[in-house]
Every structure is written in structure tokens, then in C-alpha cells.
Ligand binder design. Structure first.
Ligand code: PNS
Length: 171
């Protein structure tokens, strides 16, 4: 049987990453074992009011993924499929935490496929210890100085504490 030639697979992990959590990192680490290159792409989100600027979110991602050689960090302000085509990537990687994620993710994956049928969405089940984790939950706990050491890397914990200290300080 003829062996098919290997085509380098570039995957994109898109998200708001406001901020990156251990849940995101788990998916990024696992994706980096499967795909040749993984681009973590931060959406310059106009709908949500982010806590961290795009530069801060990228900087935190760069720090916490520095030990994974085939991971890059970038940002985009476009339809995801346009960005993916521009990067010559073929795969979108998403984590699924619970059944409640499914409907929205199915809608996005189906729409993205309709917009560009060369692009596949790969879903990974979140590791059970992170199935409850989200950036917004982390922000809620950090805002009231609750413990977040098990939820985010140290750099992110420090950045959250700085942010909420600055926000709480009157001018
Ligand atoms: O971390 P999030 O906020 O759940 O990530 C959502 C994201 C960035 C994956 C999604 O909002 C997205 O792809 N936005 C880009 C705009 C786009 O392509 N929208 C149509 C998707 S069907």
C-alpha cells in the first residue's frame, strides 16, 4: 500500500483567554502533542468587556506556553475562518467542558464549516479536574481575593491580583 505523504497540520486554538486558565493550558498541551503547530489565537473581542488588554492576554499566554516549542501566540480581529485561511491552518481545536458547552459549540462548528468547508473543528473533552473552570469564574473569585492557585498559573494569579488592586484603588 502506498504511504500518503505527511502534510504539516496547523491547528488554531481560538478564544478570549481573559485570562488563560489551567483548563485552556490542558487543551493547548494536549493539542501540541497531536498537531505539528498550534497557534493560540486571542480574539480582540468587541462584544465582551475584557478585564485584560489584548497585549496583557497575549503576554500571559506567551509566559505560560513558553515551555511548549510548537505553540505560538497571536491575536485576530476577523472571522475565525478568515484568520485560519490566512494562517494556512486547517483545524480548530476547542475544549468541551460539559453538555452545556455542546449546543453553542455545535452551532459555531457547523457555521464555520459552512463558511469554509476545508476547515475541521476538533473537540477535546476537558480533563475532569477542569470541567467546572472558566475565565469568568476565576475573575469572580479573584475579585474578592479568594484562592485561585489551583485554577490558574502563578503569573496569571499575580496579574489578577494586580488588576483588582489597581481597580479597587481610588484615583
Ligand atoms: O473564549 P471564547 O470567548 O468562548 O471564544 C469564542 C471564539 C473566539 C472562539 C468565537 O467567538 C469566534 O470564533 N469569534 C470570531 C468571530 C467569528 O468567526 N464568529 C463566527 C463563528 S461561527
Amino acid at each position: 500500500m502506498k504511504e500518503s505523504s505527511h502534510r504539516s497540520t496547523i491547528a488554531v486554538c481560538p478564544g478570549s483567554f481573559d485570562p488563560v486558565t489551567y483548563g485552556h493550558l490542558d487543551i493547548i498541551h494536549r493539542a501540541a502533542k497531536i498537531f505539528d503547530r498550534v497557534i493560540v489565537a486571542v480574539l480582540l473581542n468587541t462584544n465582551k468587556q475584557p478585564l485584560f488588554t489584548i497585549e496583557e492576554r497575549k503576554e500571559l499566554l506567551l509566559k505560560v506556553t513558553a515551555d511548549i516549542p510548537n505553540v505560538e501566540v497571536d491575536s485576530f480581529d476577523d472571522l475565525l475562518v478568515n484568520y485560519i485561511n490566512k494562517k494556512k491552518a486547517h483545524v480548530i481545536v476547542k475544549g468541551l467542558r460539559a453538555v452545556s458547552d455542546f449546543e453553542y459549540e455545535l452551532q459555531m462548528a457547523s457555521l464555520n464549516r459552512k463558511l469554509s468547508d476545508e476547515i475541521e473543528t476538533f473537540f477535546m473533552m476537558s480533563s475532569t479536574q477542569y470541567s467546572y473552570l472558566s475565565s469568568s469564574i476565576v475573575k469572580q473569585i479573584a475579585r474578592f481575593h479568594g484562592p485561585i492557585g489551583d485554577l490558574v498559573p502563578e503569573e496569571v494569579e499575580r496579574a489578577l491580583h494586580r488588576k483588582y488592586t489597581v481597580l479597587a484603588t481610588p484615583e
